[in-house]
Design a protein around this ligand. Structure first.
Ligand SMILES: Nc1ncnc2c1ncn2[C@@H]1O[C@H](COP(=O)(O)OP(=O)(O)OP(=O)(O)O)[C@@H](O)[C@H]1O
Length: 315
């Protein structure tokens, strides 16, 4: 049975995360303090669901995706994927898990070896994940067709392709593993604006036609709204709000989400999101921050973590 078939027949959510926390140790010479990257995360993803993880830079989005990809080990908490606890997976079980849960990275050029033709890249992926396949050539043609490219690209080197084509090849390589879950970490942020929508549509198609569950990591609220069924908002390593995408973005209830939404230029919005409103939201977040016992003051204007600190970005 393929992973995707397993996904369709298994019971329960595709991903269930409970009380997950992760911190890093600062490498600064005289202050080796702990940097909390994720704090007490609870998140569920249903099978075939697209969930967007949004938040400013440094909020912990990639760390959460990397914990799911077994690239980071949580300090505490539980992660169940297709009903199985992923802590303590070893050897063959890790390899099987890494086929089932695949990651698409931000930089499609960096993730493809520039010295190999596309056919070699895909052939290796098929040999690793589906060694039983005899006719690799026709399978490769199917893979590139699934991601919307012609078989001609098989003989190309990555540098001969556009950014959008390279990201599609990176996704084709992911599909060679027949994953049931894809973790897409800012998959369009390095692409030309004109080709981003095509890659988002491709992810949507993979969910619709292959039943793949997708975690979409982004700081771009518009694309989260376009692609995802649900959004979880991360701030300082905590999920401050989650819900159905359109509802959450149209009626954000947490002051932090309101600030994120308010920071997106919208010609249709009235001028009510002015300095007074921003100041009021900041005050609310400050109160929330204190009550949530956050170690770092999130209203610190000088903080590099505070993307909205620059007023010019919000006008
Ligand atoms: N390997 C690491 N060592 C030390 N600190 C780290 C490491 N990885 C992440 N961090 C810290 O953990 C926090 C969360 O980082 P993370 O990369 O998950 O955020 P992010 O929301 O994905 O940011 P971005 O959108 O900029 O990629 C940040 O404070 C970051 O500096």
């Amino acid at each position: 049975m393929t992973s995707t078939a397993t996904q369709r027949t298994a019971v329960g959510p595709a991903v269930r995360i409970r009380s997950l926390s992760k911190s890093f140790t600062s490498s600064a010479l005289f202050s080796r303090k702990k940097i909390p990257a994720l704090r007490d995360i609870d998140l569920e993803m249903q099978r075939g669901e697209i969930v967007a993880l949004v938040g400013e830079s440094g909020s912990g989005k990639s760390t959460l995706a990397r914990c799911l990809a077994l690239l980071e080990t949580p300090d505490s908490g539980e992660v169940l994927v297709n009903g199985k606890d992923i802590a303590g997976l070893k050897g063959a079980a890790v390899r099987k898990y890494r086929s089932e849960v695949q990651m698409v990275f931000q930089d499609p050029f960096g993730s493809l070896n520039p010295t190999f033709r596309v056919e070699h890249i895909l052939e290796r992926a098929l040999a690793l994940h589906q060694p039983e396949i005899k006719s690799k050539r026709s399978e490769m043609a199917k893979l590139v067709s699934t991601v919307g490219l012609s078989p001609d690209v098989l003989s190309s080197f990555p540098h001969e392709l556009s950014g959008g084509q390279r990201q599609r090849i990176a996704i084709a390589r992911v599909l060679a593993a027949k994953p049931s879950i894809i973790l897409a970490d800012e998959p369009t942020s390095m692409l030309d604006v004109s080709v981003r929508i095509g890659v988002l549509n491709l992810l949507h198609k993979l969910r619709d036609e292959h039943g793949i569950t997708i975690l979409y990591v982004t700081h771009d609220l518009a694309s989260a709204r376009y692609l995802s069924d649900r959004i979880a908002v991360l701030n300082e390593g905590r999920i401050v709000e989650s819900g159905e995408s359109v509802q959450l973005l149209d009626h954000p209830s947490h002051p932090y989400t309101q600030l994120l939404v308010g920071a997106v230029p919208d010609p249709d919005r009235d001028s009510s999101f002015d300095a007074t409103k921003r100041a009021a939201l900041r005050e609310q977040i400050q109160r929330w921050s204190t009550s949530a016992n956050l170690q770092k003051h999130i209203i610190d204007e000088s903080s590099q973590h505070w993307v909205l600190a620059d007023e010019s970005e919000m006008t």
